[in-house]
Design a protein around this ligand. Sequence first.
Ligand SMILES: Nc1ncnc2c1ncn2[C@@H]1O[C@H](COP(=O)(O)OP(=O)(O)OP(=O)(O)O)[C@@H](O)[C@H]1O
Length: 303
Amino acid sequence: MLNVKNLTFSYNKTPVLTDISFKAKPGEHVAIIGESGSGKSTLLKVLYGEYDLDKGHTYWHDQEILGPKHNLVVGYDFMKYVAQEFDLMPFITVAENIGKFLSRFYPEEKARRTAELMEVVELTKFANIKVKTLSGGQKQRVALARALAKQPEIILLDEPFSHIDNFKKQSLRRNVFKYLKNNNVTCIVATHDKEDVLGFADRMIVLNNNKIAVNNLPETLYKNPNTPLIASFFGEFNVINDNIIYANQLKIVKQSNLKATVLCSYFKGHFYLIEGLLNNEKVFFEASKKYTEGTELFLKIID
Ligand SMILES: Nc1ncnc2c1ncn2[C@@H]1O[C@H](COP(=O)(O)OP(=O)(O)OP(=O)(O)O)[C@@H](O)[C@H]1O
């Protein structure tokens, strides 16, 4: 169990994280979200032991995670951290990078494990390619596989799929998160992407004003976002009569007391996002077809 107790941390004088407490069980997947600069990366670094805390304690089971003041070498064997900048060895191959920290004394096991992880990150075809010739997204996949190589008990992932194109992202995300669940690896992911949360995360922590604003189930937060900050993470939304209404909760009907005038239609694939004016305020709703500017439509709020 990861047990973070009243953690406070500042780089300079102003705290970046204040009184952060949460727990994560073995195999649990916790997503950390928040606006840019809210401290997500800092939290991962502090959990990894890269910095000393101003206050508080972090434990993995009974072991306290300590910073550089108490540890000559940052980090612990049971924990891996994949940063936004990947620290790979450019002049050796993908397979060599992944197998780098696996024991040479068990060559068959090393080869099996390397092959398994290359499959997880879909890089088998690139096994013998030197890392310096890979794209940013391919390097990110090598960094993920390398972090998993020695089977950590807990992994800290900072925007793990940020460099990966949309063609690969969906299947890669499923592979990696499934692998972590199947192997009971606790996973703390800092992310901007709701796709990393919905469908995968067991819990979702929202950082705001240096603190944990909420820590709850993703489904609960999606259904009851309570604040615009949380709603905006999940998608386009409106505040109507002090209630948060997602764009997909506004349905076009024949007649109602919500009359909107269309400003613009955005093609979104299986629907159009319509930007309009409702009582002189911007409103966003979804429609199955495009509407021209000036069209008047009636809207109804659905659950
Ligand atoms: N090494 C550092 N020294 C001083 N201040 C820092 C350092 N790293 C980050 N900060 C500051 O700490 C705050 C939190 O930054 P952090 O990178 O943790 O945010 P984040 O939520 O991960 O942002 P993003 O989503 O943009 O990656 C910011 O105000 C940032 O300027």
